[in-house]
Design a protein around this ligand. Structure first.
Ligand code: NAI
Ligand code: MG
Length: 366
């Protein structure tokens, strides 16, 4: 079957880093005889400028039909004052919502060559390889009722509702267990069952699923506040962490900074499998459109390239090709080649394009 891929480069540095992935796709066609049917579309400010909406229905339909979506970044000062309904980030929100992407995968991986660049002691993070699985479509960000009301005494009250159903918990936990089986076979499930009912249910359901279907995976439950502390104190104790939307938002940003740079962080968002076992999926770097450096060939393309590697692994089961791409990144970094955001003493500072050249050259050698 054809492998269909929708590229949505977006705004700012999005198109610049996407271009480097295109080069890898071309390399794969030539050297590995793997061809993707690549479609490209507009999203964010670019789509607004062309069509008056951050995501057209046609592009949305393309995303629903594709095996995977590779998303760059959206937004920038040019569109900051647009009304809420057509803001660039609404394009991304609609993709996540319509594709029902409930599992957000955020790896925190420390490349040997960059261990010294971490804000923590190098020995704490050297060899670190954590995967945070964050529930993305439920919890307190979406729970009803919510609102701001004025009380009889004149005070105002803002409120939200944290809510999870068993099926919402079980499907994201299953993703975490399945991933753990391909890694170090260890899952930490994180909530606050000591003070929250949703946390009690979370803990019970994760344990039940584990006992019924994943007994061979090592499971530990941990309170979210303790997890934050442990992440900074001894991060290497973790392999896969599964948690809800709110705690995952915070803990994944915390874990990200163990690694040093925003320009190095990939992510994936997965939906439920269909009848043939195929999951809808969107891959994107964690960083935004970086308007401060856009258009100057300065951006680090590695977060985008590593997002593409995740796509090969999780949407196409092309583990060998994913390994190749990740190895190329590792070797290029070991060779002392750096974009300015990950620059260190003695390294060679290169542009986005030159980093792309180096990756292709390394792939040729592997
Ligand atoms: P940002 O991630 O775009 O930039 C933060 C800082 O990191 C900037 O100094 C930037 O130059 C640097 N940076 C980011 N990615 C880099 C890369 N690949 N290589 C080198 N340096 C890099 O976040 P910021 O500044 O908060 O937001 C800028 C715009 O991006 C806003 O319009 C925001 O709404 C949007 N944004 C979009 C996201 C998305 O599309 N998923 C996520 C975050 C922000
Ligand atoms: Mg966040």
């Amino acid at each position: 079957a054809n492998k269909t891929l929708l590229m949505l480069p977006g705004d700012g540095i999005g198109p610049e880093v996407s271009r480097q992935v295109r080069r890898i796709i071309d390399w794969m066609a030539k050297r590995r005889q793997v061809t993707f049917e690549v479609n490209e579309g507009l999203v964010g400010g670019a789509a607004y400028d062309a069509h008056g909406t951050p995501l057209t229905d046609e592009t949305m339909a393309d995303a629903m039909g594709a095996d995977a979506v590779l998303f760059g970044a959206v937004g920038g000062p040019k569109w900051d004052d647009l009304p809420f309904a057509v803001k660039p980030e609404r394009g991304l929100l609609r993709l996540r919502k319509d594709m029902q992407l409930f599992a957000n995968l955020r790896p925190a991986l420390v490349f040997e060559a960059l261990a010294e660049a971490s804000s923590l002691k190098p020995e704490l993070v050297r060899g670190l390889d954590i995967l945070i699985v964050r529930e993305l479509t439920g919890g307190v960000y979406f729970g009803e009722p919510r609102g701001i009301e004025t009380l009889p005494n004149g005070e105002r009250r803002g409120f939200n509702t944290q809510s999870y159903t068993t099926s919402e918990i079980v499907r994201v936990a299953a993703v975490a267990f399945d991933l753990a089986k391909k890694r170090s076979n260890k899952v930490h499930s994180v909530e606050k069952a000591n003070v929250m009912e949703s946390g009690v249910l979370w803990r019970e359901e994760v344990q039940k699923l584990h006992d019924a279907k994943y007994a061979e995976v090592e499971l530990q439950h941990m309170y979210a506040d303790n997890c934050a502390m442990q992440l900074v104190r001894t991060p290497k104790q973790f392999d896969v962490i599964v948690t809800d939307n709110l705690f995952g938002d915070i803990l994944s940003d915390c874990a990200a900074m163990l690694t040093g740079s925003l320009g190095m962080l990939p992510s994936a968002s997965l939906g439920a499998p269909d009848a043939s076992g195929r999951r809808k999926a969107l891959y994107e770097p964690v960083h935004g459109s970086a308007p401060d450096i856009a258009g100057r060939d300065l951006a680090n393309p590695l977060a985008m390239i590593l997002s593409f590697a995740m796509m090969l692994r999780y949407s196409f089961d092309m583990d060998e090709d994913a390994d190749l791409v990740e190895k190329a990144v590792k070797n290029v970094l070991a060779g002392g080649i750096r974009t300015s955001d990950i620059m260190s003493a003695g390294a060679a500072k290169v542009s986005t394009t030159t980093m792309g050249d180096a990756i292709i050259r390394e792939l040729d050698k592997l």
